[in-house]
Design a protein around this ligand. Structure first.
Ligand SMILES: Cc1cc2nc3c(=O)[nH]c(=O)nc-3n(C[C@H](O)[C@H](O)[C@H](O)COP(=O)(O)OP(=O)(O)OC[C@H]3O[C@@H](n4cnc5c(N)ncnc54)[C@H](O)[C@@H]3O)c2cc1C
Length: 350
């Protein structure tokens, strides 16, 4: 242990003990915070930046693809209410609804507080947190819910050049881009969104492992179902069933069904998914994200619970997937963590 870590561990606890500290205030962290506060528990949410920080990393005018059934917590909010299940809000609308939700229900949240470490065990946790002035704060809690999402580290393909400056792994700050040759890699909605946004003013090449039928379907859905009915796909060449082999020196070498091709690009978006913060997971949970299916309690660290995109073991947890899992179970999972905590603390709902 370094001298700095030793000093941090000796630092006194700064606040009274909480029943539960919820780490991360995206959609899931907020939902859990609300249901636990309704149980009368002494709760605190901590968020490293602003509420829904991860969602703010994406195109503001992007439409949420799937319904948000895990967030049926405020019947008065058109987006967060049950009737919102068929509505596909823009990301900026959703962030506003989440923020209003936190204010309306007076959820106790410290923004700009980042969890760095957790010591101790069930009933006696001490959380090391960085505050907005970069000071170390220590918080005490009986239980911890981790809702830190799955957007910290980009997935990589293990190919040369993928960490070059011209290769981006998140899609944001794109509005100013024009007159460029842009390579997109990845067959998800992020690529489709990005291409539709950029193709009017740039030349696009999209290398994707999917078949051309699947790619056509995705673009059709993207343009007609999710709010961009007048979007036109122009200036775009699609190489389906293709694999990028290298990205060195702003040149993509791609294995296509018609042989190996190379293409010079100005910038590349490699959008092949993201993962939770690997370092934090190793520190807190020995890298073991397994949890009890009924209670969400971590197998590696009793007293710590995993929810939302972090607990991606079941795809339906993340609310992303009613297309993949038509019977989206988000609401049921919120109920589960509510009853697990109700039993743990032997409390009745207010
Ligand atoms: C680009 C994008 C598109 C999406 N599209 C859809 C969609 O169409 N439909 C849909 O249902 N869902 C969609 N989602 C997912 C959805 O919005 C939520 O992100 C998802 O349900 C997971 O929520 P979450 O609360 O688990 O995690 P997140 O929303 O990722 O929130 C995690 C929060 O934890 C905070 N945090 C992380 N580490 C720390 C730390 N150490 N200390 C303190 N705070 C920390 C982060 O800053 C963040 O605010 C999308 C997400 C993204 C990013």
């Amino acid at each position: 242990m370094s001298a700095e870590q030793l000093v941090e561990r000796k630092r006194p606890i700064d606040t009274p003990r909480y029943d539960v500290i919820v780490v991360g205030c995206g959609g899931w962290g907020l939902a859990v915070l609300k249901v636990l506060a309704d149980l009368g528990l002494r709760v605190l949410g901590i968020e490293r930046r602003e509420i829904c920080h991860n969602l703010r990393h994406y195109m503001k005018r992007m439409v949420m693809h799937s319904r948000l059934s895990y967030m049926v917590l405020d019947p008065d909010d058109a987006i967060l209410a049950q009737k919102g299940e068929t509505h596909h809000p823009l990301i900026e609308e959703l962030i506003q609804s989440y923020s209003d939700f936190a204010v309306k229900f007076d959820l106790p949240i410290k923004t700009h507080h980042e969890l760095v470490d957790i010591e101790g065990s069930r009933d006696n946790f001490a959380l090391t947190v960085r505050d907005p002035e970069d000071r170390t704060v220590r918080l005490a809690a009986n239980r911890v819910v981790l809702a830190t999402g799955s957007f910290d580290n980009p997935n990589l393909a293990g190919i040369p050049g993928e960490l070059d400056a011209a290769v981006h792994h998140y899609f944001h700050e794109w509005e100013h881009i024009k007159g460029k040759k842009i390579l997109f890699i990845g067959g998800g909605f992020s690529s489709a969104d990005g291409i539709i946004a950029l193709c009017q003013r740039n030349t696009i090449l999209w290398a994707v492992r999917k078949s051309s039928d699947e790619v056509d379907q995705m673009l059709t859905d993207q343009k007609t179902i999710w709010g961009q009915p007048d979007a036109r796909l122009v200036n775009t060449e699609i190489w389906p069933e293709s694999q990028v082999l290298s990205l060195e020196n702003n040149t993509a070498v791609v294995q296509t069904p018609c042989g190996r091709k190379s293409w010079r690009y100005d910038l590349c978006y490699m959008l092949i998914g993201h993962r939770p913060n690997q370092e934090l997971c190793a520190r807190l949970l020995n890298g073991n994200l397994a949890f009890d299916d009924e209670t969400f309690e971590s197998c590696a660290r009793p007293g710590v619970y995993l929810v939302g995109a972090l607990a991606k073991k079941h795809l339906e947890h993340i609310g992303l997937t009613d297309i993949l899992c038509p019977d989206n179970q988000g609401i049921r999972y919120i109920e589960r963590i509510r009853s697990a905590m109700q039993q743990e603390f032997n409390c009745a709902e207010r």
